[in-house]
Design a protein around this ligand. Sequence first.
Ligand code: TXA
Ligand code: MG
Length: 332
Amino acid sequence: MWRRPCPACHGGRLDTRLLPPTGDGLAVAGELLRAGRLVAFPTETVYGLGADATTPAAVAGIFAAKQRPADNPLIVHLAAAERMGEVASEVTPLAERLAAAFWPGPLTLVLDARPELPRETTGGLDTVAVRVPDHPVAITLLQVAAVPVAAPSANRSGRPSPTTAGHVLADLGGAIDAVVDGGSCPLGVESTVVDARGEVAVVLREGGVTREDLEQTGTSVAAEGEEAASPGTRHRHYQPSCRVQLAAPGRAAEEAAALAIAGEHVALLAREPAPDGVVEAGRFDDAGELAPMLYGALRDAELAGVDVVVVETVAEEGIGRAVMDRLRRAAD
Ligand code: TXA
Ligand code: MG
């Protein structure tokens, strides 16, 4: 991919800047985005890797840095719902209703794309995914940048999503221009992706806005179905370099202990404490507690050099559906 010559480059590597989430830091980040460069930033879900969604060369940089398959479309981030018409050719009544109910927030709406929006952004589709994130740093950055910002999760393709600036640097340091450090992401799992082109909301990816949340607004929600899945859900996803093994509730500690006795180096992410000889990757009571620690715990287990991390499953209700979706893919 062609990239503009960069004075900060060292042998093809960029000097990735860590920017504070202050006025000055965001002014620099906004200018970089307007100049077609790559800036990672925090959202309420996970860190996103941003680029100007209206500039094909900028968007191509995202795919190159992440090593992301070109057919996996990006989510366009906007500072306010009123700007949907800048990227979507038709804002349906369903989209208006869902945006009013859940934005800013972890809901992404798929709509017909304006013809002038680069097909690099939409992964070659005639539809576009849009959302308004619920994070003060993200919103200020989007206002300062003043362009629609395409941003997938800021991990190398296939890896657990990043929930801290450190996770972003671990995967993409040297490959992107800057990271705005806004601390940890409060929600920890990605947005819910909903096809909002018709009258019924079709959930393409489970996420931070639950089915129960959608139904509570009186919206009809289509039954889950493989054929409806987002293009991105086909690819390898959320996987650390160690194995991930799922264990039924109440069984995780004993399974971890058995693996350790068999000679494996094991970590445990569960409701129970880690038995002797097993690394504790984190403890939680329910899916709501597991969500914000999940990706970080997988990355920590990897850094601890374990062979396998055993994760206790959670009930598939509320945010538990998104958590279990990510866990199954991590364990795949
Ligand atoms: O919470 C999030 O959604 C985060 C933050 C940064 O906003 N972003 C994120 O992006 O998770 P990414 O690229 O990791 O996942 C985007 C998902 C993929 O499954 C992709 O296939 C789907 O959204 N998607 C994007 N555009 C689409 C479209 N036009 N039609 C169907 N699915 C689409
Ligand atoms: Mg992702």
